[in-house]
Design a protein. Structure first.
Length: 124
């Protein structure tokens, strides 16, 4: 009798092991079984959703550290005992990232404004 393993277990194995070969070995399935499962649209949607959840969690965790990272760069830039080349690099890091964040903020604000405009004329 063939071994039946849930989509969630296969997805977890894929997330943990990185390759189909290693995932199959970890959960005692053949590679072909995983390839077959991956041809199923419902499975693929679950897999994509699981990957997106991991990325969202990682972004959330990184966002929690942005303030500390900025403070560290500011400390390095401001510390006159640090090599001037390193201080300059810290200042450049702040300037480069400030520009990127400003562009992102403008894009996000424009997106919200566009969405509000679209909703204003929506009757459904």
């Amino acid at each position: 009798m063939a071994k039946t393993i849930s989509d969630e277990i296969i997805i977890s194995a894929l997330m943990s092991n990185g390759t189909i070969k290693d995932s199959a070995a970890a959960i005692g399935l053949s590679e072909r079984t995983i390839y077959d499962r991956m041809s199923n649209g419902e499975f693929i949607e679950k897999y994509k959703s699981a990957k997106a959840d991991i990325v969202r969690k990682a972004v959330f965790e990184l966002n929690k550290q942005i303030g500390a990272a900025v403070n560290t760069v500011i400390e390095i830039m401001s510390d006159t005992t640090v090599n001037p080349a390193i201080r300059l690099q810290a200042a450049q890091t702040i300037l480069n990232n400030a520009n990127k964040f400003a562009e992102r903020l403008n894009d996000d604000e424009q997106s919200v404004a566009d969405q509000q405009e679209d909703n204003r004329f929506s009757f459904f």
